[in-house]
Design a protein around this ligand. Structure first.
Ligand code: FAQ
Length: 328
C-alpha cells in the first residue's frame, strides 16, 4: 500500500494511476536496469513530487543542522577545535547549496523552498530541534548524527536520480571527515576527567531518543518508503538504516565506557537484529510538525538570515552586470 492508515498524513498516490502506462513501464524498466534518471528525462509526476519533497527536506536539514553546532564555534575548546568546527559547519551549509541545486533541477525554485522553510511549511530533520547545551552535545552531533546521516546517504547515493546521487556522493565524503573529527572529540571527553566523562554521558542520554527518531518512523508506519524503494530513491528502509547504525556504533559507544539510555537495547544473536524500546512516535510527530524544544528558535534564525541578506540579493538583481569586472 502506498501510504495511509497510520499516524502520519496519507500522501496522494493516485497520481501514478493517471500516468501513460507505456511511459511508466519504460521508466520503471530503466530503474530496474540501474540507469540514472536525469532532469530532462520523462518521469512520473509522483516521482518528481517525492524527490522534491525529500531533497528539499534534506537541504533544509543541512542548513538548520548547522545551527546547533554553529553556536559552539566561539566556545569550542582551543584553536584547533574552533577551526575544525568552523570548517564542518561551513561544509553543512555547502551541502544545503548542493541539495537545493539538485531539487531545483526538478522545477521548484530556491526562493520557494526557502520561503516554505521559513514559513514552517516544509519539514527538516527532527534532531536539529533539540538544544546543544554543552560542548559534549556538539561532539555527539559531529560523531553520531553525522554517522547516522552517512548510513542513510551512502545507501541513497546508489539510487536512481542522477543529480541527487551525485550530490550525495560528494556530501558523504565530507561527512566522513566530520565523523572522524566528532569521534576524536568524543574519545577525548570519554577518556578525560570524571567531569568530562559525565558531560559526554549526559549528552548521549539527551540525544539518544532523537537519534532513534532520526532514521524516520518504523517501516510499519512509514508512509513513503514503499514507493521510494520501488523507484530506487530510497535504497534502504528506515528500519534497515536504524539497524545498520546500531550495529556499527553501539559497540563503539560501549567501547568508550559510555552507556545508552535504553535498558532493552541488545543484539539478538539468533536474528542478528538489535532489539530496543519502541521510540515514542508521538513525540517525533510533535517535533517534526513544529512543536519541539527549538523549532521556533531555529526558524527565527533562518528568517533573520533571510531578511539580513535581502539587500545583497536586491543589489545583485539590480546591478548592471556589464559593469562588474570579473576578478583576475
Ligand atoms: N525528521 O514515510 P516516511 C544530516 C517525515 S542530514 C523530520 O518514513 P521518508 C546532516 C517524512 O518527511 C539529515 N521528518 O518518510 C547533518 C514524512 O513527512 P511528509 C536529514 C521526518 O521520506 C549532520 C513523514 O515523517 N537526512 O543530518 C523524519 O520515506 C550533522 C513520514 O515518514 C535526510 O533528509 C525525520 N527524521 O523517510 C547536518 C536524508 N523522518 O514529508 C548537520 C534524505 C521522517 O510526508 C550536522 N531523506 N520524517 O510530511 C530520507 O532519507 C528520508 O526522507 C527519511 C524519511 C528517511 C528522512
Amino acid at each position: 500500500m502506498y501510504g495511509g492508515g497510520n499516524i502520519f498524513e496519507p500522501s496522494n498516490h493516485n497520481d501514478v494511476l493517471n500516468e501513460d502506462p507505456v511511459k511508466l513501464q519504460e521508466f520503471e524498466a530503466r530503474i530496474e536496469r540501474g540507469e540514472k534518471i536525469e532532469p530532462s528525462d520523462w518521469m512520473p509526476k509522483l516521482y518528481r513530487k517525492q524527490l522534491i519533497r525529500m531533497i528539499e527536506q534534506h537541504a533544509h536539514s543541512e542548513i538548520i543542522g548547522a545551527l546547533p553546532e554553529g553556536t559552539w564555534i566561539t566556545r569550542a575548546p582551543g584553536f584547533k577545535r574552533k577551526l575544525a568546527l568552523m570548517a564542518k559547519v561551513q561544509d553543512e551549509v555547502g551541502h544545503a547549496q548542493l541539495l537545493y541545486s539538485a531539487a531545483e533541477t526538478l522545477g521548484k525554485s530556491r526562493e520557494d523552498m526557502i520561503s516554505d522553510l521559513i514559513n514552517g511549511k516544509s519539514k527538516y530533520s527532527n534532531i536539529f530541534n533539540y538544544p546543544a547545551y554543552t560542548w559534549a552535545d556538539s561532539c555527539f552531533i559531529s560523531w553520531l548524527v553525522d554517522a547516522g546521516a552517512i548510513v542513510n546517504q551512502v545507501a541513497n547515493s546508489k539510487g536512481s536520480y542522477g543529480p541527487y546521487c551525485r550530490a550525495l556522493e560528494r556530501i558523504c565524503i565530507e561527512e566522513s571527515f566530520h565523523l572522524k573529527y566528532g569521534h576524536h572529540c568524543v574519545i577525548h571527553l570519554a577518556t578525560g576527567t570524571p567531569k568530562q566523562r559525565q558531560m559526554m554521558q549526559e549528552a548521549v542520554d539527551r540525544w539518544w531518543a532523537p537519534m532513534m527518531h532520526f532514521f524516520g518512523p518504523s517501516d510499519k508506519i512509514s508512509v513513503h518508503t514503499e514507493i521510494l524503494m520501488k523507484w530506487k530513491v530510497k535504497m534502504a528502509s528506515n528500519d534497515d538504516c536504524r539497524q545498520q547504525f546500531l550495529d556499527m556504533y553501539v559497540p563503539k559507544i560501549w567501547e568508550l565506557g559510555l552507556t545508552v539510555p535504553d535498558t532493552n537495547l541488545k543484539k539478538n544473536e539468533e536474528t542478528g537484529m538489535w532489539e530496543f524500546t519502541e521510540p515514542d512516535w508521538e513525540e517525533f510527530k510533535r517535533v517534526i510538525n513544529g512543536d519541539g524544544p527549538c523549532n521556533e528558535e531555529r526558524l527565527a534564525v533562518r528568517r533573520m538570515a533571510e531578511e539580513r541578506g535581502q539587500w545583497v540579493r536586491n543589489a545583485l538583481k539590480s546591478a548592471d552586470m556589464k559593469y562588474v569586472t570579473p576578478l583576475a
